[in-house]
Design a binder for this molecule. Sequence first.
Ligand SMILES: [Zn+2]
Ligand SMILES: [Zn+2]
Length: 522
Amino acid sequence: MPLARDVAEEVAKQYGVCIRPIPLKRLDTHTGVWEIVDVPCGATLEAKCPPCAKRNRHLRMAQCREGWHLDQEPTITPDEPNEEQRWLIEFRADVQAQRDAADQAGQDTTDLDELIVGLDEEINAAGMRGNVLGRTVPKRNRSTKRRQDAPELPKRRMINSTLGRTFTSSDGKVYRPSLFVTLTLPSYGKVKDGVPVDPDTYDYARAARDALHFSKLVDRFVQNLRRVAGYDVQYFAAVEPQKRLAPHLHMAIRGTLPRAEIKQIAAATYHQVWWPAADQVVFEGDHLPIWEDGTGYLDPSTGEVLPTWDQALDQLDTDEAAEPLHVIRFGVQVDVQGVLAGTSDADQCIRYLSKYLTKSLGDSLDPDNQAQRDHAARMVEALRYEPCSPTCPNWLRYGVQPKGAKPGMAPGQCRSKAHKPDHLGYAGRRVLVSRKWSNKTLAEHKQDRRTWVLEALGQTAEQTDPHRYVWKPVPAGDANVAPLAVRLLRSVAERQRWRAHMARLQAEADDQDFSASEGRAA
Ligand SMILES: [Zn+2]
Ligand SMILES: [Zn+2]
């Protein structure tokens, strides 16, 4: 019934209900009953439906507001994992088991691998640190000479605080200024309306590498910022596409520094990518490395084993003349705005920060603008053979075995999202929030909202037994899952119920306010 489904979806959207809920089987260990429960797509995968995206945006705005002008040190205590986090972990474990089974049966695991990466990101986003399985490979010890120097910058003595300075005016008023900073990447050639004036000279190769390593540059900026500021600077930042399709960064910073110092830090910040060289094509077309079980990838003409990722890095370490694969810096355009707590300026910045979060980097394309679409296509082409990570199959093109090499790899066929038109090189998180931004993680903001609703409904958020539920994925086509239209309408009915209840509570509260003020007047 496609028609019913469309209507249900429209109604669901109006009510802000998830339109792509994920059915999961849940065993209640207290009652021994299995039931199918819908989890909003926004709680799991990265591609969120519009209502979930909107809700997430509002949660992000609340999170940004909460931390920006904090006047007391946040207390960071790891919380008991909540139910959402628990099911993420358990679901993650199930997917891992499925993946391993598929791998043993010699089946393609690409989709499951991708799902696992997505889940790991969500697990981190849900406020848990690290990887569920812990670090599986020991961290590599780089030789010290490859360690990047801190650039020449003024340095203040570090104090143990995350709060910015305050200023008191002559009439005793305390001001708590903060910053809103915008950082961009350098020019790759002249652009007009977001499109290169001369595509032939526009430096697509550099643009591609800059986009791939942008998040590392942001990390360096924060390190330098903290050194110069002399306190543990906290930030809430969003990575967004510019019209020319390069990522740029908006950052709300707690506390303030002179504008000139921010510009100085941005100018001095750089990041070196110490990866093997990827400028000389060694294998392409039909002339590609061959996989041999137990050995790895071989040169098709000589039968020589290609250097593994670790061997290539060792070689790089011992080569005195080696240059980094890439050095990334910010462009000269740096915008610094002072913002005071509780002003309309602050509100505007918060809205601005979350404005594009619901869109992917490639989404800002105007479908009717052919020149811009061609520009995006050239960018995707530049990214096609660029290694996106140590595990990228593109390393085979440059004569190196990717980290974790396995059969079936071929240059130009990396499945990582960095190469996709939706991401245009930037595969990192869109929102970057420092650990001590506020007292709450995003998951806790969500939890707050849930608790608030339950309390408003006169129910207490019961203390649930952490091991009460066991979650399992539902196989596709399971007959026990009701049709989508039915599930959407069920959610809408639930939402309607609590809206009506909230309206009643509000009316009661208004009545009480009214009689209270009447009482005072009398
Ligand atoms: Zn959804
Ligand atoms: Zn790749």
